[in-house]
Design a protein around this ligand. Structure first.
Ligand code: SAH
Length: 273
């Protein structure tokens, strides 16, 4: 990399001059920047939607970095095979532990600092806002995207992979789940969202779902924006939003509502429901 441009401060840390990324997903290491390393059979699927809008701008500005590791490159033989039939029989193919391990070793050797190793998996712990917040505070993440029937269990054991699920449904591969996880995480980093308040008031940040939002026109198809929102009375607006957030949470997510009451030390109100 002799053609490196002059030093620039990108994102929250400055980047070594010889390591300035030439594009969104340069292979260069970023000093001290929150870095996602994604092991996948579909590296061309990245950055995908993460390259757009706020996450894309943050990527370009070096607030975070993304590096894909092509699992195929570690495959064996003329066809670079990465999978084989399941031991014990059954349908589909399983990603081999020895192949996956080479990709993992590469990611681990590049990782700097506190970098959790996750496997996207429908068996995993359900991803949520608290996990996104936790990840955003670390130094990055290693994400292993499964395909086919999944990965050999011994890979999970060997690298202590924590399994994380997007929800109770089955995707064909971990890539969409990885992008969803990264989107939710990256948007919590300072300077990614234009307005810091938008991350503080939205759904889940307070343990409640968000209140209804409105914008112009004031009346549309005979439906008016609730008067209080146009009153300019901030205390009343705050109270209305709080009441609506509570109503929606109670109606739609009894699980969250129960947790909310418990946090407030009012579990008896839940029993009355
Ligand atoms: N046979 C597996 C499903 C494999 S789906 C099973 O029954 O559990 C193939 C890959 O898609 C998985 O290895 C995982 O990486 C990804 N995947 C599928 N559903 C997912 C979900 N809900 N959350 C995260 N990753 C998922």
């Amino acid at each position: 990399m002799t053609d490196a441009p002059r030093p620039r401060a990108l994102g929250r840390k400055s980047i070594r001059p010889s390591l300035v990324p030439r594009d969104l997903m340069g292979d260069e290491e970023l000093a001290g920047v929150w870095t996602a390393q994604v092991i996948t059979l579909l590296p061309q699927a990245f950055p995908g939607v993460l390259g757009e809008s706020l996450t894309g701008r943050a990527l370009q500005e070096g607030v975070w970095a993304l590096r894909t590791i092509d699992l195929r490159e570690f495959g064996e033989g003329r066809h670079r095979n990465v999978d084989d039939t399941p031991a014990g029989g059954g349908a589909g193919m399983v990603l081999r532990a020895d192949i996956g391990a080479k990709a993992m070793a590469e990611a681990v050797s590049r990782a700097r600092g506190d970098v959790p190793r996750l496997l996207l998996s429908p068996r995993g712990r359900r991803f949520d806002q608290a996990m996104a917040r936790d990840l955003a505070r670390r130094d990055g993440v290693i994400l292993f995207c499964g395909r086919f029937e999944g990965v050999d269990e011994r890979l999970i054991e060997q690298f202590g992979l924590a399994e994380v699920s997007l929800g109770d449904f089955v995707l064909t591969g971990g890539e969409i789940a990885a992008q969803a996880l990264l989107d939710a995480t990256v948007r919590l980093m300072p300077r990614v969202l234009g307005n810091h308040h938008s991350a503080e008031e939205e759904s889940f940040s307070s343990g409640l779902l968000e209140y209804p939002q409105y914008t112009k026109p004031a009346v549309w198809e005979g439906r008016a924006i609730p008067e209080v929102l146009l009153s300019g009375h901030h205390a009343k607006i705050t109270a209305w939003r709080q009441a609506e957030a509570e109503r929606l949470t109670k109606e739609r997510r009894p699980d969250l509502w129960r947790d909310h009451l418990a946090k407030l030390g009012r579990p008896e109100e839940d029993r009355e429901l």
